[in-house]
Design a protein around this ligand. Structure first.
Ligand code: G4P
Length: 289
């Protein structure tokens, strides 16, 4: 069963972004480099159409570097768009972000009369707080206690006449195809109670079997995983990792939790769950939910 996830309150965020967007020069959308298509919220694209866009593929330290390069080229080929990969906990991402914004809106930020105003958006858990904290660093950053800046919105002064605004409200993921729901769940972007771990693990293993068989075989000391069914692979992982119930039966729930954990923590290696072509195919295949 496809994952259903309707957290609500999106209309408040939509309204707040619509009000803010008028004054914004560049929109930064933080994406999860392991699922750049699924971690984008299509509502944001609609609301920010026409604004220069900087796509930041965060958590690139967890993602497949070859696929990150493919996604960056894909986004960089879109008009008015630039893309860069990031590990938000790095101490020096600010320079690259600022430079990319100036490249997108070169007439801004030159004087106090025309400050550069950048809006930073991203679904929960994508690393927005980490990035903002890293950007703030040791600077005595001015934040939301200034007049005209609401509490839910934070303004960070990165340098003179360069203002970064946090999303007003929460930009929840919007699942438009079944595969995206599974990838978001595997990555940790969806509440634990909103999905069944076994189902998500089976989908994850289905993808890994086909695209990263060597990583799975190395991690769990298995062979021939590409020829196994998803269920056989999940059971094999449970057996190898001692996820057993009384009587020696395999605890599939535990095995599923292990597989998901191993993906999230990258002990399986650096893995990306979708390519631009695959994501486009999922959309085109009409698996809309
Ligand atoms: P959010 O504001 O968008 O909701 O995300 P947040 O910064 O809270 O980050 C969510 C989790 O992702 C955190 O892990 C954070 O450390 C991790 N994270 C953020 N950016 C990166 C990155 O570029 N690479 C990696 N590997 N991890 C990143 P957590 O487990 O929830 O907390 P903790 O590890 O900080 O204790």
């Amino acid at each position: 069963m496809a994952i259903q996830w309707f957290p609500g309150h999106m209309h408040l965020t939509r309204k707040a972004i619509q009000e803010r967007i008028k004054d914004i020069d560049v929109v930064i959308e933080l994406l999860d480099a392991r699922l750049p298509g699924s971690s984008a919220n299509p509502m944001l694209a609609d609301m920010t159409a026409g604004k220069p866009a900087l796509k930041v593929l965060n958590k690139q330290d967890l993602a497949d570097p070859a696929r990150t390069a493919i996604w960056l080229a894909h986004f960089n080929a879109q008009p008015g768009t630039r893309a860069l990969g990031l590990d938000a906990s790095m101490t020096t991402p600010a320079k690259a972000l600022v430079e990319a914004c100036f490249a997108l809106a070169p007439t801004r930020g030159g004087s106090m009369a025309k400050p550069m105003r950048v809006l930073i958006c991203g679904i929960p858990n994508v690393g927005k707080s980490t990035l903002i904290n890293t950007l703030k660093g040791k600077r005595s950053a001015k934040t939301g206690d200034e007049a005209g800046v609401t509490k839910i919105e934070q303004r960070i002064v990165l340098q003179d006449a360069f203002y970064l605004f946090d999303t007003p409200g929460v930009l929840w993921p919007r699942i438009i195809v079944a595969k995206s729901g599974y990838n978001l769940a595997a990555s940790g972007a969806i509440g634990k109670n909103a999905f069944d771990e076994e189902e998500v693990a089976l989908e994850l293993l289905d993808y890994l079997r086909q695209h990263y068989p060597a990583a799975v075989e190395a991690r769990y000391k298995l062979s021939g995983v590409a020829d196994m069914t998803d269920e056989e692979l999940l059971a094999a992982i449970g057996r190898k990792r001692g996820a057993l119930q009384s009587g020696g039966k395999i605890n599939l729930q535990k095995a599923a939790e292990i597989a998901i954990h191993d993906f999230r923590s990258a002990v399986l290696g650096r893995i990306t769950l979708e390519t631009p072509e695959q994501f486009a195919q999922w959309l085109a295949a009409g698996q809309k939910i």
